[in-house]
Design a protein around this ligand. Structure first.
Ligand code: AMP
Ligand code: GLY
Length: 430
């Protein structure tokens, strides 16, 4: 089977690694990704929204199946472009990816179909509505409705000190977008549940906890995600009911989309929070998480190429995963996330990474003249697994020392001390 993968970050590097084991990989990327290029039978460097170039290449190469990975490209309808070139696709069409690129659509869909797990929310179009919601709820969370790379959300009491700050952020969003999403501020522990979905059936992957804040102990600005861990079927702060409730919310969402003639085929990503009154849906994404994809793909026992084929054909079966623990840590350029240092040379000592018992995946870097250079975004992810979380963390931490350059990372991700704090946080809340 010839599979075309569109995208070129660390998440796609991990996807490419899985696909290259069971299929011939044909990659489409905006710039040469050193890892994916090596794994590919052939690759095309082009603007991934160039429908003509991509379509012609897929036809020429006889591509059987296409998978579009990043959110921005799903929003631009790149799955639709592949489909119109006669390629079967295993990633959502633009209309279905709306579950991610339009937070108001996601909230309204769940509300309309009576699906549980919604926080209180209001889509505001003027400052009167905003002030009223604020005075009713106290501290709220403010979100742009569209895609922001995980960096647009502002939480009162954390990023915003006063209601004046909050109103000024809302006012800016209304001026720019015409509206802003306000939500009740939730307190709890978050987990990511990713599921393969063929429009009808879901097959859930192990839950993962991501770390959005830049600095140790969850301080500093939000990022695309600094690292993540998983511990088999449940995370240490979860109960089985939390997982079952999350799966049920996702199944009901997929059923609702199908009933509205907008079936979701691809990877559905639910961001949930375990709170005192039960689990709440923070957001949906229409793709694998980055870094969370690396946690689950390390554990996947069913060939990914077969799964994608069954997603496209509507015949998805339950996928199998190992129950090992995993830790992923991102190395990011100095100055990230506000002003990441670009064009800075880095070097991954792959032998040393291997000796640590880990793997390295290239993220937003580019190759030129045989060397690898940073962009302002995340640079390299290191990933490890073990039956014991502590060992997986040590392997990943060891691998960070095998990546050289002007980079930094969060040493606390996946450590027993941080995981203990999360369990205690949950115990205090309940
Ligand atoms: P999002 O881009 O919607 O995933 O939000 C980014 C992060 O903001 C989430 O991972 C949460 O940590 C936080 N967040 C979003 N919505 C809420 C909420 N209603 N209450 C508390 N925290 C939230
Ligand atoms: N890790 C968060 C995301 O992929 O959106």
């Amino acid at each position: 089977m010839k599979i075309a993968l569109v995208g070129s970050g660390a998440r796609e590097h991990a996807i490419a690694e899985c696909l290259s084991k069971g299929a011939s990989l044909y990659s489409i990327m905006a710039r040469k990704h050193p890892g994916i290029a090596k794994l590919s039978t052939e690759y095309l460097i082009c603007d991934p929204t160039d429908k003509e170039a991509m379509g012609a290449w897929c036809i020429e190469k006889g591509i059987d199946l296409g998978f579009v990975s990043p959110d921005g490209l799903l929003e631009k309808g790149v799955s639709d472009m592949l489909a119109s070139a006669g390629v079967k696709v295993a990633s959502p069409l633009r209309a279905a990816a709306r579950i991610e690129w339009d937070k108001a659509y996601a909230r309204t869909l769940l509300h309309k179909h009576g699906i549980p797990g919604l926080p209180k929310f209001l889509l505001v179009k003027n400052m009167e509505e905003a002030s009223k919601f604020l005075s009713e709820l106290g501290d709220v969370v403010i979100k742009p409705v569209g895609l922001t790379g995980g960096k647009g959300v502002r939480i009162m009491g954390e990023h915003l000190e006063s209601s004046e700050d909050a109103l000024s952020y809302i006012s800016g969003l209304i001026q720019k977008d015409g509206h802003a999403l306000l939500e009740e501020k939730l307190d709890g522990e978050e987990f990511t549940l990713q599921a393969f979905c063929d429009g009808t059936h879901l097959s859930a992957m192990p839950p993962v906890q991501d770390h959005k804040r830049a600095f140790a102990n969850d301080t500093g600005p939000n990022t695309g995600g600094m690292g993540s861990y998983s511990t088999g079927r449940l995370l240490p702060f979860m109960e089985l009911k939390d997982l079952e409730d999350a799966q049920s919310i996702m199944q009901q969402t997929v059923d609702a989309m199908r009933s509205e003639g907008n079936p979701f085929k691809g990877i559905l990503y639910g961001q949930f929070m375990v709170t005192k009154p039960g689990i709440r849906l923070v957001e949906y994404n229409a793709r694998f998480g980055d870094p969370e994809a690396m946690n689950v793909l390390m554990l996947l026992r069913t060939p990914l190429a077969d799964i994608l084929n069954s997603i496209s054909g509507g015949s998805l079966q339950e996928a199998a995963f190992s129950t090992n623990c995993t830790v992923v840590k991102y190395l990011v350029p100095e100055g990230y996330p506000e002003d990441g240092k670009k064009d800075s040379k880095i070097d991954v000592d792959e032998r040393a990474v291997w000796d640590c018992g880990a793997k390295a995946y290239y993220a937003s870097v580019y190759e030129k003249g045989g060397s690898v250079y940073t962009t302002p975004s995340r640079a390299v992810a290191v990933a490890a697994q073990d039956a014991v979380l502590e060992r997986a963390e040590e392997k990943a931490e060891c691998a960070t020392r095998a990546v050289h350059g002007q980079l930094w990372h969060r040493p606390d991700i996946g450590t027993p001390a941080l995981v203990r704090r999360r369990v205690e946080h949950m115990r205090r809340l309940k």
